[in-house]
Design a protein around this ligand. Sequence first.
Ligand SMILES: CC(C)(COP(=O)(O)OP(=O)(O)OC[C@H]1O[C@@H](n2cnc3c(N)ncnc32)[C@H](O)[C@@H]1OP(=O)(O)O)[C@@H](O)C(=O)NCCC(=O)NCCS
Length: 425
Amino acid sequence: MQREALSILDQRTHATYEIPIHNGTIRAMDLRQIATGHDDFGLMTYDPAFMNTASCQSSITFIDGEKGILRYRGYPIEQLAEKCTFLEVAYLILFGELPTEPQLKDWVAEITHHTMLHETTKKFLEGFRYDAHPMGMLASTVAALSTVYPESRHVLDHNVRALQIKRLIGKMPTIAAYTYRHSLGYPYVYPNNDLSYTENFLNMLWKMVEPKYPANPFLARALDILFILHADHEQNCSANAMRAVGSSQADPFLSIAAACAALSGPLHGGANEEVLKMLDVIGSKDNVSAYVGKVKAGEFKLMGFGHRIYKNYDPRARIVKWAADKVFEVTGRNPKLDIALELERIALEDEYFIKRKLYPNVDFYSGIIYQAMGFKPEMFTVLFAIPRTVGWLAQWQEMLCDAEQKIARPRQVYTGPAARDVVLT
Ligand SMILES: CC(C)(COP(=O)(O)OP(=O)(O)OC[C@H]1O[C@@H](n2cnc3c(N)ncnc32)[C@H](O)[C@@H]1OP(=O)(O)O)[C@@H](O)C(=O)NCCC(=O)NCCS
């Protein structure tokens, strides 16, 4: 049988080493023994932006970027989007298996039980300026919940963790809806426990004076599908933030706030908002070609295009495109779609994008759907954060239960001045 090992010859010392290979990886700590002498710290790897470093072992999400495959716990994203509800998928991601009927009933009841916010948290939200960005409000409010639930800091206690997980999944839509109502100056709408997860969210967003707000079932289902697509995506920037902050045993509310902060950036979850701004700037189909020319000249990036892992079509983008057609049957077609389709057509035929394997990602079409549903672009990343909370929590729990994990603390290659004395002049 072929040996799973790497032979290394150190040209500095002529010493040889054999480094075991497991799952296509070597352990960075195995390189430490490669040293030039007793004073030498030993070899490290240098990998800015984690381009080729696995920071954990995980059994949650599988991505094959070359083939365009995404699976949660082994199930293809296409089947989950077609056959399951978001809360079923949340259960799967957190516990490893799809729930049985009684398990699902209990799970839905437990999440529903935790949708209310403490009245003081409502007051806290009122303190934001009328034009505060909803992502800033979301991150700050979820951090503030840490003060409402101080027991959440006992992160090594399984039962404490389980309770916070339910609280966070239950409360994120409520906070999200309140940030939206706040920006419009509308009164907050309390959760309605008779409704499904997404119907309740739509109710808290749009209900005005009518005694009962009937969410359109097609739009509620479309949002549910979008939530499924956004629920987890293995070690992305915000999941990595969640794991890094959580590794210090900070409580989950503060760790989720850190993950929200990471998500808000335009290179990550903030991209869907940027796509809409970009389509506004382009203005019409006729201007697409000139805009792509400027992207190729390096003036700016084509937002919603490219991905660190997917070097083939993002499988989520295909489902979002399908969902867009369903949503437009209810809302009418968003005229921005024509610009987006033309942009995709021109980019996919262009050598610049083909060579760099740049394809539309999940953010390219999701904003167009959200806008057609009535959301302002500032809310798009918040709509991403609600379902991604499930992935963050699953990654956090997996990290805390992994005996190999410790506080996350990368090394550096120091390039500053050598030791020198302070000489006062
Ligand atoms: C997602 C993203 C951050 C991944 O970045 P990355 O893996 O570090 O890839 P790189 O930035 O090294 O890109 C590789 C090449 O493609 C180019 N490129 C990447 N994304 C591009 C885009 N959206 N538009 C134009 N060019 C792009 C880079 O300029 C680089 O070109 P070069 O080799 O000539 O220097 C990047 O593609 C991006 O910024 N996309 C736009 C934002 C977005 O949609 N984010 C949502 C992700 S789900």
